[in-house]
Design a protein around this ligand. Structure first.
Ligand SMILES: [Zn+2]
Length: 178
């Protein structure tokens, strides 16, 4: 068995695949950011293990979001967080939330760090996309960890420049505060 010090010198798991990206002309770089981040870490020589994320299912998304809202977005019938109905944005969404969930599970199991180079989550509400966020992968992840029995209490530390209003709205809509 490795000592805690030895474990620190392993590679950092990064949950990434190109499926997380979308081709979007937008003020926000969100849709292109995952690979830009990973590429910069590789250039810096940071020891990484790249793990392709498993996309979340509609059922997993439905723990945090209204089911009709999920279906309309994934099927291209409703405006996404970029204010479009672009198919490649819809296709990327299960992978971005899947990366967050995969990294969270990995970190809980290892007791170490794991990274999901994603963004575009915290303004998405229960049945509302906006401000470049369509699904709230933070809440999808927190509720999956609860459902899987991996963690009963989950903290979300949000360091964005603005407030995570979508995260709060989901917590209030689902009456998750106690
Ligand atoms: Zn924001």
């Amino acid at each position: 068995m490795k000592s805690p010090t030895e474990k620190l010198f392993t590679t950092i798991p990064i949950f990434f695949s190109h499926g997380m990206q979308a081709k979007v002309e937008s003020l926000s770089p969100s849709a292109h950011k995952p690979w830009a981040a990973v590429e910069s870490w590789i250039a810096l020589g940071i020891p990484l293990s790249i793990i392709p994320p498993t996309p979340v299912t509609r059922e997993q998304l439905a723990r945090a979001h209204d089911r009709a809202f999920i279906d309309a977005n994934l099927d291209g019938r409703e405006l996404n967080g970029f204010n479009t109905k672009a198919a490649d944005v819809a296709a990327s969404l299960p992978y971005t939330s899947g990366a967050m969930l995969g990294a969270a599970r990995d970190a809980i199991r290892s007791g170490l760090v794991a990274v999901a180079p994603t963004c575009g989550f915290h303004h998405a509400g229960h049945a509302k996309a906006g401000a470049f966020c369509t699904f709230n992968g933070l809440m999808v992840t927190a509720l999956a960890l609860n459902a899987e029995g991996l963690s009963q209490r989950v903290g979300i530390l949000d360091f964005d420049q603005h407030y995570g209003d979508g995260t709060e709205e989901i917590i209030q809509t689902l009456e998750l505060t106690s």
